[in-house]
Design a protein around this ligand. Structure first.
Ligand SMILES: NC(=O)c1ccc[n+]([C@@H]2O[C@H](COP(=O)([O-])OP(=O)(O)OC[C@H]3O[C@@H](n4cnc5c(N)ncnc54)[C@H](OP(=O)(O)O)[C@@H]3O)[C@@H](O)[C@H]2O)c1
Length: 246
């Protein structure tokens, strides 16, 4: 493989993916608000813009032109977007809802901004590259709790709803992408419960063996990416490659 772009690369899973591909000798384009805390001759770090949801997306056209130039230069054929958000421990503390009474405008807006708007912002910005690049694979990290048919437990209203909307958005975009690029694959991907800042407060009651180290998750997700075919475009995939229901 020539090169991979990782958006939200400083996330636990994104950073593990970057290290996995670097170990394979693959060029990694690291796109994040933060530079990598390690160096490698095959690592190229790009600064992500601050995004607070108040500005027009079109203000970032120069940023996307520059990212697309880098993707062309390195012939990137694989993109992961790892951006996502679930809780905030610093004041004001924001936690996923256990009941409807805990919903708030602040929690809902922030959850939608970081799990839906920001991923869509990147998808739209990179669209000219996705429509023209043969064999491009774009894996948008999502979550199984965004599956409406799988919802047995309730709770986590905002996060579930944001990921469900994200799954719908990617499915819809995959249909549009097929019209201009039949060789592309655009999917949502559940990484499985992985040790990270995002999952840390919710790890206590997990069944033994369910929590994966980021490096394990990266191995699984890289395998899914390797096997991904254009016919699978639009699906919600599990970390082991199985299809999850919406
Ligand atoms: N960990 C799990 O158990 C689990 C389970 C199911 C689904 N997921 C999904 O998998 C993805 C990665 O999860 P993770 O656990 O690796 O997450 P993480 O370590 O908490 O990192 C999340 C990333 O999202 C981006 N982000 C967060 N807040 C942001 C903000 N205010 N502005 C811009 N970017 C922001 C950041 O990218 P940069 O810092 O690089 O800019 C950050 O590194 C997420 O979409 C998550 O919902 C995770």
């Amino acid at each position: 493989m020539s090169a991979v772009l990782i958006i939200g690369a400083s996330s636990a899973i994104g950073s593990a993916l970057a290290q996995h591909y670097l170990q394979q000798g693959v060029q990694v384009i690291w796109l994040s608000r933060y530079a990598a805390d390690f160096t490698d001759p095959k690592l190229c770090c790009l600064q992500a813009p601050d995004f607070n949801g108040q500005e027009e997306w079109t203000l970032h056209q120069d940023f996307f032109s520059s990212v697309i130039n880098t993707l062309q230069q390195h012939q990137v054929r694989l993109i992961f977007n790892c951006i996502g958000w679930l809780h905030q421990q610093a004041a004001p503390t924001l936690l996923p809802e256990k009941s409807l009474s805990q919903s708030s405008a602040l929690l809902l807006r922030k959850t939608l901004l970081l799990n839906l708007e920001l991923p869509v912002f990147y998808l739209q910005g990179l669209w000219p590259y996705l429509t023209k690049t043969t064999g491009i694979r774009y894996l948008q990290l999502s979550a199984k709790v965004g599956s409406i048919s799988d919802n047995q437990l309730g709770g986590w209203y905002s996060y579930r709803s944001a990921k469900a909307a994200l799954n719908q958005w990617i499915k819809t975009a995959s249909i549009e992408l097929k019209r201009s690029n039949k060789t592309a694959a655009l999917v949502t991907l559940h990484p499985g419960t992985t040790d990270s800042l995002l999952s840390a407060p919710f790890q206590r009651n997990l069944p033994p063996g369910q929590l994966k180290a980021p490096s394990q998750t990266a191995l699984y997700l890289a395998e899914v990416a390797l096997q991904l075919a254009p016919e699978q475009s639009g699906l919600l995939l599990n970390w082991d490659g199985k299809i999850l229901s919406f």
